[in-house]
Design a protein. Structure first.
Lengths: 112, 114
């Protein structure tokens, strides 16, 4: 069945460091891929998305490219800030079921 | 600019008690859903609805009931609470099916079952 696997956290970085959070997926059909972010005490909110292979989603300095050949959608940011500290969820939108499947989440802590 | 509103934010129950988590959205979204969030397990879909009068089971429906009498409201009922239902619950909505669109989440309801 469809599934999403994220790198385990927590990830701890210093401010201005480069960030990569790995995400790989297993799916039939042609899924859409998403990154959601959850700030402390809040619900999830959409960070970026890509709906077909080779698409790049970007927002707030974060980027992720839909790589069909490696079934990956890794999240990157060139220079993280303390305010980026949050839990990041990779998600897959199944074209078969019309539902979103979430990875387990990766906690990012950025220290000044 | 309310979006998705969940109540209560916190609740403590004893085993066997029942309660309802309320969810309302003001965006006229057809699709609504309930997730639970547990450490190391991400979000798991409990129940969902594609429109008023229509509900269906998600990945972990046992012990929960839902109804959708209006477009705006989608309450989640715990029939007889168990400690395994201790979790953070999120309601979410979207314009249509979620595979290509954006889900809008409430702020969550933290439930503890003793």
């Amino acid at each position: 069945g469809n599934s999403v696997t994220q790198m385990e956290g927590p990830v701890t970085l210093s401010e201005e460091a480069f960030l990569t959070i790995n995400c790989t997926y297993t799916a039939t059909g042609y899924p859409s891929l998403f990154w959601y972010v959850q700030y402390p005490g809040e619900g999830l909110q959409l960070l970026l998305k890509a709906t077909k292979a080779d698409d790049k989603g970007s927002n707030k300095g974060f980027e992720a490219t839909y790589r069909k050949e490696t079934t990956s959608f890794h999240l990157e940011k060139g220079s993280v800030q303390v305010s980026d500290s949050a839990v990041y969820f990779c998600a897959l939108g199944s074209s078969n079921t019309g539902k979103l499947i979430f990875g387990q989440g990766t906690t990012l802590q950025v220290k000044p | 600019n309310a979006g998705v509103t969940q109540t209560p934010k916190f609740q403590v129950l004893k085993t066997g008690q029942s309660m309802t988590l309320q969810c309302a959205q003001d965006m006229n979204h057809e699709y609504m859903s309930w997730y639970r969030q547990d450490p190391g397990m991400g979000l798991r879909l409990i129940h969902y609805s594609v429109g008023a009068g229509i509900t269906d089971q998600g990945e972990v429906p046992n012990g929960y009931n839902v109804s959708r009498s209006t477009t705006e409201d989608f309450p989640l009922r715990l029939l007889s609470a168990a400690p395994s239902q201790t979790s953070v619950y999120f309601c979410a909505s979207s314009e249509g099916v979620t595979n290509t669109g954006e889900l809008f989440f409430g702020e969550g309801s933290r439930l503890t079952v003793l």
